[in-house]
Design a protein around this ligand. Structure first.
Ligand code: GP9
Ligand code: MN
Length: 428
C-alpha cells in the first residue's frame, strides 16, 4: 500500500540536504557519458609501478582544472558487485543484503531511475556493454530503468582476438561503440561498461605495456596490467571526444564500481601499499574507488568529502539542473554544504568523517587510530551514525523487496512501461 512509503519518506525528509548552489544546473542540457571503470580502485590513481604511472590518462583527468574529483569516495556494493553499483548509481537505492537486486527485482519492479527521468527531460538514453545482454539481467532491468537503447555484444562486429575475459577488450569496445554514439539524438545519456580489468585480469601480449606486480600472489599481480590497459582505453576515448568536438558538449562521469583485489589477499595488499600489516582500517580505505565529473568550464578540484555510490545520482542531477522532487533517493548531493558524509557499507559497517567501522573494529577516520574504549559521548555519536546506516539500508531494502515505488505517483514523472522497449537487433 502507498502508506508503506510514509515512514520511508519521513526518514528521507529528516535527512534531506540542500543541493549545492555553486554547481546547480551548471551543465544543464549537456550530453552525459557514464564511464564504468571495471574493478578500478582509487589507490592506483597517481601511483607508479617500476617508474611508470599505472593510470596516466586518468591521473591527468583527475587533476584537470575542469574535473570535480573525489578522493574519499567508496564503493558500497554487496554480492551484486557491478549490478549493485549500477543500482546505486542510477536509482540511489542500495543493492540487497543478498543476491543482486537487478536480477531478483529488476524485471518486475517499478523504478524512478536516472535514464527514465532524463529520458522524460528530452535525453536519449543508451547503455553499452560488450558481452551477452542477459548478464546481471541487464536486458530486463534496463527496460525498468527506462533505457531507450541497450547495445550489447550482438551489435558489434566481433573479430578474432576482440574478446578477453568478460567481453570485448576495452579499447575495441569503446572505439566500436562510437558508431552508435554518433547516431544518438542529443542530448544523450550514454553508459559504457568496460570489462577488461575484471578478475582474473587476462591480457594478451600485444596489449601489455607494463610488467605485473611482484607480490608473488598470482591472483593480484596482473591487476596492474589490465588497469593500465583500461586507462589507455580511456585515453583513446578522450582523444576521440576531442577530435569530434563531443568533449565540448558533454559531461564525463567516471567511476570504479568496486574493488578488484579482495580482502583475502592481505599480504599482497600490504606489499602494494608499502605497509607492514593490513588492519581493518586499511581494508576500509581500500574500498575507495575513483569518482570524477569532468566538463568544459566545470569548477574542478579534489573534493575530500566522504561519499559513495549511493550519492552519485543526487550529485549528478544537481549539476545537470534536473529536479527529482518526490523520488526516493537514499544518497545526498556530495557537493552540498550540509552533506552528511556517512558512507554505509552493505554489511552495516561505515565510514564517516569522524569514525570508521569495518570488520567490527572502530577507528578514527582521519588517523586510522583504533578506538577500543569509547567514552559515553563517543558511544552516543557512533550509535547515531549506526542508526542512520541501518535505517538507510533497511528502508531501501523495503522499497526493493516490496516493490514500493509502484505506489509513488509523481506529477512530473510518467511510470516506465517496459513494453515500450525492445533491445533485440533486427535480423539477429
Ligand atoms: C559483466 C560485468 C562483471 O557484465 O559487468 O560483473 P561483476 O563480476 O564485476 O559483478
Ligand atoms: Mn564489476
Amino acid at each position: 500500500k502507498s502508506s508503506q512509503l510514509k515512514p520511508i519518506r519521513k526518514f528521507l525528509n529528516e535527512n534531506k540536504v540542500s543541493p549545492d548552489i555553486q554547481y546547480k544546473g551548471v551543465e544543464k542540457g549537456k550530453n552525459v557519458f557514464v564511464i564504468h571503470l571495471e574493478s578500478l580502485q582509487q589507490f592506483v590513481i597517481d601511483k607508479k609501478w617500476q617508474g611508470k604511472e599505472i593510470t596516466p590518462n586518468l591521473n591527468k583527468l583527475y587533476h584537470d582544472k575542469n574535473t570535480l574529483s573525489f578522493d574519499n569516495f567508496f564503493n558500497q556494493v554487496g554480492q551484486g558487485k557491478t549490478a549493485d553499483a549500477e543500482m546505486m548509481l542510477e536509482n540511489s537505492l542500495y543493492g540487497l543484503p543478498e543476491g543482486a537486486a537487478m536480477v531478483t527485482d529488476g524485471t518486475t519492479n517499478t523504478f524512478q531511475a536516472a535514464p527514465a527521468i532524463l529520458g522524460q527531460k528530452g535525453y536519449t538514453t543508451a547503455a553499452f556493454h560488450g558481452d551477452v545482454p542477459s548478464f546481471w539481467n541487464r536486458d530486463n532491468a534496463y527496460k525498468s530503468f527506462g533505457y531507450d537503447y541497450y547495445f550489447s555484444k550482438q551489435y558489434y562486429d566481433i573479430k578474432p582476438g576482440y574478446v578477453s575475459g568478460y567481453g570485448m577488450k576495452d579499447k575495441i569496445f569503446l572505439r566500436d561503440s562510437m558508431q552508435y554514439i554518433e547516431q544518438l539524438p542529443q542530448p544523450f545519456y550514454a553508459k559504457l561498461i568496460t570489462v577488461s580489468n575484471h578478475y582474473p585480469y587476462l591480457i594478451s601480449k600485444e596489449n601489455t605495456s607494463i610488467k605485473p606486480w611482484d607480490t608473488g600472489d598470482s591472483t593480484v599481480d596482473p591487476y596492474v596490467q589490465t588497469a593500465h590497459y583500461l586507462d589507455q582505453s580511456i585515453g583513446e576515448l578522450m582523444q576521440y571526444l576531442k577530435k569530434t568536438g563531443l568533449d565540448k558538449k558533454s559531461v564525463l562521469m567516471l567511476y570504479g564500481d568496486h574493488y578488484g583485489i579482495s580482502n583475502n589477499h592481505k599480504p599482497a595488499i600490504a606489499k602494494i601499499l608499502g605497509i607492514k600489516g593490513v588492519t581493518n582500517y586499511n581494508l576500509a580505505m581500500f574500498q575507495k574507488v575513483p569518482f570524477m565529473i569532468h566538463a568544459p568550464g566545470l569548477k574542478g578540484g579534489i573534493n575530500h568529502n566522504y561519499g559513495g555510490e549511493i550519492d552519485v545520482m543526487p550529485t549528478l542531477m544537481n549539476i545537470l539542473g534536473v529536479k527529482t522532487k518526490g523520488t526516493f533517493e537514499f544518497g545526498q548531493d556530495m557537493t552540498a554544504k550540509d552533506f552528511n558524509q556517512i558512507v554505509a557499507f552493505r554489511d552495516g559497517g561505515f565510514v564517516s568523517k569522524k569514525y570508521t567501522k569495518y570488520g567490527g573494529d572502530l577507528y578514527y577516520t582521519a588517523t586510522g587510530e583504533q578506538i577500543t574504549d569509547e567514552t559515553e559521548a563517543q558511544k552516543k555519536e557512533i550509535a547515531k551514525i549506526q542508526d542512520y546506516v541501518n535505517n538507510s539500508l533497511t528502508n531501501s531494502d523495503k522499497i526493493i523487496n516490496g516493490d514500493l515505488l509502484r505506489f509513488s505517483d509523481l506529477d512530473w514523472f510518467k511510470k516506465v512501461n517496459k513494453a515500450d522497449y525492445d533491445y533485440k537487433k533486427a535480423n539477429a
